[in-house]
Design a protein around this ligand. Structure first.
Ligand SMILES: [Zn+2]
Length: 357
C-alpha cells in the first residue's frame, strides 16, 4: 500500500501515531466498529475538509482559509508557531496553512546559464528552522485540523535566489542549461518535502509560477524548462501526503490559459478566476480542473476595503456560483496589515452559507 493510500484510509492517523504527543486516532474515515455503526460524533475541521475529497454526498459545509505573511520576528521558532496558532484561532479558518519563510540561498555567482551546473544543493540543515515550525504546528493543531505547509516551486525559489529577471534571461538564452540547474533546486525541495512529511505534515499548498501570459517570449519555454521540475515536486507530494492544494500563482503576472495546469495533481486547486479576457465562476474553475476549487475572493478586493455587510454579501455571491465542494479563499496571500476581523467575517459567512437562519 502506498503511503498516501494508507494516510487516506486512516485520515492521517498513521502518521499522527508516530508523533509524540499527538493523538493516534484523529477520527477521520474510521472503520465502523464490527458490532455496528459508531455513534455519530461532531465533525472536526479535519474531517470537514477531508469530506470535500470523498465521493459521497456533498458535505453541505463550506470550509474557508486565508493567509498572510507575519513580520520577520515571527518567521521561525516558537514565535512563528504561536502566531500561526493565534491566526488560526482568531480567523476560525478550517485548516492550518504554514507560511514558508526560509527562502533560498542567494547565488550572485550564477552569472550565465552554464553557471547553473555549479549550483549547490542545500541539504536538510538549511530547512531545519522551517521544519521546526511545521513540527510545532503538527503537535499543536493536527488533531483538529489539516496542517499544510506552503511550498514554492523550484523556479520560484531560483527567482528568489537570483532575481526573476536574471532567471528569465538565462532561460531565454539557454533553457536546457537552466532546466538541468532546476533539477538541483528540485532535489533540495524534495529534501524539504521529506523532512516535513517526517514530522507529520498533512500536505502542501504548492505554488507554481512561470506559466503566466508574457513571462517568456516563447510560451513553450515554460513547458520545456519549468514544468518538468514542477511535476516532480507535485507528483512527490501527491504520492506521499494526504491533502495538497495546487496554487497557480498570479502574484506577479496574470494568466491567459490555465490548460497547462490541468494535468498537475492536487486535491484542490486555488487560482485567480481572471483568465485572459474572461472571468470564470468558481464552478467553472472546479469543472475545468475536475476537483474542488478554493478561492473566489480577490486579495485586494472587498475583503480589504468593504464593510462587514459588503464582505458577507460578496461571500454569498461567490458561493452561489460555486460547486458543492468548495473552499472559500482568496486568489493569493492577503495584505499583511489586514484587520483579522475582516477575515473572520468572511469565514463566518462561509460557515453560515446555506444554513437556515
Ligand atoms: Zn500566489
Amino acid at each position: 500500500m502506498k503511503r498516501r493510500d494508507l494516510l487516506k484510509a486512516t485520515g492521517g492517523a498513521a502518521v499522527a501515531g508516530m508523533i509524540s504527543g499527538a493523538p493516534a486516532l484523529l477520527g477521520c474515515r474510521q472503520e465502523a466498529a464490527p458490532s455496528g455503526p459508531a455513534p455519530a460524533a461532531p465533525k472536526n475541521k479535519r474531517q470537514r475538509v477531508l469530506d470535500l475529497l470523498g465521493e459521497g454526498p456533498a458535505p453541505g459545509y463550506v470550509p474557508a482559509g486565508f493567509f498572510i505573511h507575519f513580520p520577520p520576528e515571527e518567521h521561525v521558532g516558537q514565535a512563528a508557531i504561536d502566531k500561526h496558532v493565534e491566526f488560526f484561532r482568531a480567523t476560525d479558518m478550517d485548516f492550518v496553512k504554514i507560511q514558508y519563510e526560509a527562502g533560498f540561498p542567494p547565488h550572485p555567482e550564477i552569472e550565465k546559464p552554464e553557471d547553473w551546473a555549479k549550483l549547490p544543493v542545500p541539504g536538510k540543515e538549511f530547512y531545519e528552522a522551517q521544519v521546526g515550525v511545521v513540527e510545532g504546528l503538527v503537535k499543536e493543531l493536527k488533531a483538529e485540523a489539516l496542517v499544510v505547509c506552503t511550498l514554492y516551486s523550484p523556479f520560484m525559489l531560483a527567482c528568489e535566489s537570483m532575481g526573476p529577471e536574471r532567471v528569465v534571461a538565462h532561460i531565454e538564452a539557454d533553457p536546457e542549461a537552466v532546466r538541468k540547474g532546476l533539477e538541483t533546486v528540485t532535489e533540495s525541495v524534495l529534501t524539504f518535502v521529506r523532512e516535513c512529511a517526517r514530522v507529520g505534515v498533512d500536505g502542501f499548498y504548492a505554488s507554481t509560477q512561470g506559466g503566466e501570459a508574457g513571462r517568456f517570449t516563447r510560451p513553450e519555454l515554460f513547458h520545456e524548462c519549468i514544468k518538468p521540475s514542477d511535476l516532480v515536486i507535485q507528483n512527490e507530494i501527491n504520492d506521499t501526503t494526504l491533502f495538497n492544494i495546487l496554487h497557480v500563482c498570479d502574484y506577479h503576472l496574470p494568466y491567459d490559459d490555465l490548460a497547462p495546469f490541468r494535468e498537475y495533481p492536487g486535491d484542490v486547486v486555488n487560482c485567480s478566476l481572471h483568465v485572459g479576457e474572461k472571468t470564470l465562476t468558481p464552478r467553472d474553475a472546479s469543472e475545468l480542473f475536475g476537483r474542488a476549487f478554493m478561492g473566489g475572493l480577490e486579495r485586494k478586493g472587498i475583503i480589504v476595503d468593504g464593510t462587514p455587510e459588503q464582505i458577507r454579501g460578496e461571500v454569498e455571491r461567490v458561493l452561489a456560483q460555486a460547486a458543492d465542494r468548495h473552499i472559500l479563499g482568496a486568489d493569493c496571500t492577503l495584505p499583511g496589515d489586514i484587520d483579522w476581523k475582516r477575515i473572520r467575517t468572511a469565514i463566518t459567512a462561509a460557515h453560515e452559507f446555506g444554513v437556515p437562519a
